[in-house]
Design a protein around this ligand. Structure first.
Ligand SMILES: [Zn+2]
Length: 376
């Protein structure tokens, strides 16, 4: 047992058990029941919100509360229940102090590492019988398919002054304080069908219109905090028909709302101009996917994570990410929240790995955040 009370063997066993529970996005029922049983046993009050119904999933977000016995502001710990695919019939390899799959499935450490670490912190605190601040635990569904669970999160009753989301690759000690907003574009180009051999002059090729729009568009890395991508294109029926319809999906992200607005306006303008020049029509929908967040280096959540890392002998770093996660919505709901690196590598790939030592360190980091937060 370590100085923090984290029980290494229990943590690793619990992690392995979680890895073997198949629970992909919207199919989180089995892992939710597993966690609910553990937390109930440990004295937490547990509920599900109705996000499951809202997004067509098996269960909603799992929300648990522990009183902790310390008169201090509540802390929120959050991890997601779902993994990407494939995970079915995981064959676990454990070698050189790390966990991996046999290469035919992903491992699922993203985010079973976060889930296991949070559960171990509750185990350790309960076992020690020490007072700690009220804990609000949020285990979200459908994070991997557009952060849908936390988008639909029912925050009724959540009072946390700050939040921590162990859900990022890289060695333990990185605190992610900034993440972009994302908007999605759905575009349908309406051209005009005609026989390609007999009467091509009567047609307007939606494919050519799309090509013209996209060729003139700024994409990829726009600047240090802004990116854009056209990721999907469908259209056309046969080589002898001038294509009358093309559907296109794209996205833009930025940590600066003004730059995001500018980039999306530019993308929309490219489609509109190409349609205008060719006599086609562009039907464009812009959707908000998630909002940005940007916490100062002296924000309480950042300070709490820094102090705890330093106590563990880890040099804390702050960083920005180019991706969206549960932290985007928790911040938007008024709970200043950081993401913590969790020691896994190659997430979303079949060579995903989780270092054992890093998992222990993650649990110790969270434990110290909880124990020390009342004093920072
Ligand atoms: Zn994740």
């Amino acid at each position: 047992m370590s100085q923090t009370g984290i029980n290494r063997e229990r943590l690793l066993a619990s992690f392995v058990e979680l890895l073997h529970i198949n629970a992909t996005s919207r199919r989180e029922g089995p892992i939710a029941r597993h966690i609910e049983a553990i937390l109930t046993e440990l004295g937490a009050s547990v509920r599900h919100d109705n996000a499951g119904e809202a997004i067509g999933g098996e269960v909603g977000n799992l929300i648990a509360r522990l009183d902790g016995g310390l008169d201090a502001p509540a802390l929120l710990l959050c991890a997601h229940l779902d993994t990407i695919e494939p995970t079915e019939a995981l064959v676990l390899r454990r070698e050189k102090g790390a966990f991996a799959s046999d290469g035919t499935t992903i491992l699922g450490a993203d985010d079973r590492a976060g889930v296991a670490a949070i559960l171990e912190v509750v185990h350790a605190l309960t076992e020690q019988g020490v007072p700690y601040p009220p804990l609000e635990l949020v285990f979200t569904v459908a994070e991997e398919v557009g952060v849908m669970g936390s988008m639909a999160l029912d925050t009724t009753g959540l009072t946390a002054a700050m939040g921590f989301v162990p859900d990022s690759s890289g060695a333990v000690g990185t605190i992610i304080t900034r993440a972009p907003a994302q908007q999605k574009l759905e575009v349908t180009i309406h051209g005009k069908a005609a026989h390609a051999g007999m009467a091509p002059e009567q047609g307007i090729s939606a494919i050519t219109v799309a090509a013209r729009a996209i060729a003139g568009m700024r994409q990829g890395r726009i600047d240090e905090e802004t990116t854009a991508n056209i990721g999907v294109i469908h259209g056309g029926k046969a080589t002898n028909i001038i294509a009358d319809t093309v559907q296109i999906e794209g996205e833009a992200r930025s940590r600066d709302p003004r730059k995001l607005e500018e980039q999306v306006a530019h993308m929309v303008a490219c489609f509109e101009a190409a349609a205008e020049e060719t006599g086609a029509q562009a039907e464009i929908t812009v959707l908000d996917v998630y909002p940005a967040f940007n916490l100062a280096d002296d924000a309480p959540a950042v300070l709490a994570a820094r102090v705890a890392a330093t106590s563990l002998g880890i040099q804390p770093l702050t960083a920005a990410t180019g991706g969206g996660s549960d932290a985007n919505f928790l911040n938007a709901r008024g709970i200043p929240t950081v993401i913590l690196s969790s020691g896994y590598a190659q997430p979303h790939c079949t060579d995903e790995r989780q270092d054992e030592e890093e998992l222990v360190r993650l649990a110790e980091w969270l434990y110290l955040i909880v124990r020390q937060a009342a004093h920072t």
